[in-house]
Design a protein around this ligand. Sequence first.
Ligand SMILES: C[S@@+](CC[C@H](N)C(=O)[O-])C[C@H]1O[C@@H](n2cnc3c(N)ncnc32)[C@H](O)[C@@H]1O
Length: 271
Amino acid sequence: LDDYKASLSKIDTSTSHPARRYNYLLGGKDNFAADRESGDELVRAFPGARESALANRAVLQRIVGHLAAEAGVRQFLDIGTGLPTADNTHQVAQAIAPASRIVYVDNDPLVLTHARALLTSSEEGATAYIQADLREPDTILNCAVLHDTLDLTRPVAVMLVAVLHFIQDDDVVNAVVRRLTDALPSGSFLAITHVTWDFLAPEVLAQVRAMTDAGRVDAWPRTREQVQGFFDGFDIIDPGVVPTTQWRPDPGTVEYDLRNVAAWAAVGRKR
Ligand SMILES: C[S@@+](CC[C@H](N)C(=O)[O-])C[C@H]1O[C@@H](n2cnc3c(N)ncnc32)[C@H](O)[C@@H]1O
């Protein structure tokens, strides 16, 4: 309860925040006026913003489903969790393998206040939540909660889904990914989705770039090559680094207009 109260007192509702703006774009209710204004501004500049958010959430669920069902992964470290929605990582994984164990990490205090919805584990498995910043990977790796829940001598899937693009500095982001993946044994998985401007129409690109330069968007795009670079020491599994909508789409899925899909997705297995 003390954690909860301390978290509430840290919530700043006057400026937009990634977790709440994303929740707004997904059609959720856990957001404030500043998040809605920021989301609307983004949609005006980039009409595919909602579609991109939905496609990102959907690929997260397909990746977890694939890892649990096809790759036999039973441990997940989901960093940049976001506000809970219907099928969070543990629900998707535990529906396939009830003994799956999941640690969630986010730095937004609002996510912590919703953590109860993330901690509804199956009896056979486990879920835990750590409030920490991805930019401080050692805080995550040294946390007792992590080691109480996951066995880092056995394969773990690290989920960095729509979170790395909040770190602007390439050296910092590369060091963070390297530190986290160095801590995992061979056979572990790394799953990444990442905002890109690679497919944007020129007029949309100009508007999004103007918003970003003015400091009104805080997601820093990366190219396909940069996303691929995160997988040093990993074998990227099929279908490779692809737009989120093209990562193992469910049969019968309608083709998206790529100009509305502003993110890459990829999953790799550690050698
Ligand atoms: C766009 S949401 C993605 C949520 C979820 N992974 C998904 O794809 O549906 C990004 C999340 O990353 C969190 N986040 C952003 N920067 C972070 C950081 N430095 N450390 C930890 N979490 C961060 C935000 O608070 C937010 O919940």
